[in-house]
Design a protein around this ligand. Sequence first.
Ligand code: ADP
Ligand code: ADP
Ligand code: ZN
Length: 215
Amino acid sequence: MRMILLGPPGSGKGTQAQKLIEKFQVPQVSTGDLFRSAAKNQTALGKKAKEYMDRGALVPDQVVIGMVEERMKQPDCKKGFILDGFPRTIPQAQALDKMLAGLGMNVDAVVEVDVPDQEVVRRISGRRTCRNCSAMYHIEFNKPKAAGKCDKCGSELYQRDDDKEEVIKSRLKVYHDQTAPLVEFYSKKNLVKKVDGIGSIDEIFGKVIGALGAK
Ligand code: ADP
Ligand code: ADP
Ligand code: ZN
């Protein structure tokens, strides 16, 4: 299982990835999580990435590609992976093709999660993220059992700096300008499975599994 989850910010990619990794027993590779963890650890990469993230811009391609290349070389990615938030530009997709070819691999499927902008705004503005394990919640649609605490690890939930109203608009524009063209890029390779991202988390999971032709 080597798949890409494609969709606007807040469409539920990370939430679905969490369920997919359990089902398929492959790692989730979330470039956003990798950058946030680097920023938390105050590494040079993390500090640089945060400048872009906080204003809703994309981190430069070379930086992202180098980081993903390192991650894909880890032994756990041999059995497969779920890419969440990468690629986000055509040059990143081309670099991914090249790096996978070098490892004797290819992408099996690209699941496009289709959610309209106004719904995405509702989802992002209510998102809360675990400081420790990155699990995602929503103050209305996916509440933690105890307010402000992660169900999985008990750590504090917080609102990401880039999940504030002012930044969401820029992120959506970036998605439509730079990431949406990937649908056509992967359609030409016959890899795209489009899934309606409206409905409960479990309903959407069922649709994703169906689209992948798994049971
Ligand atoms: P992405 O990884 O695409 O940015 P997330 O998985 O973090 O998206 O989801 C964004 C927000 O929407 C989170 O707060 C999450 O709990 C919530 N969410 C995810 N799936 C659904 C859904 N099907 N219905 C309502 N809210 C959802
Ligand atoms: P979302 O959950 O909203 O889809 P992510 O956690 O995937 O957001 O990404 C958060 C931010 O991290 C992005 O707005 C961008 O600044 C940076 N980022 C993550 N992945 C990439 C990527 N593939 N290319 C460039 N920037 C990225
Ligand atoms: Zn947690």
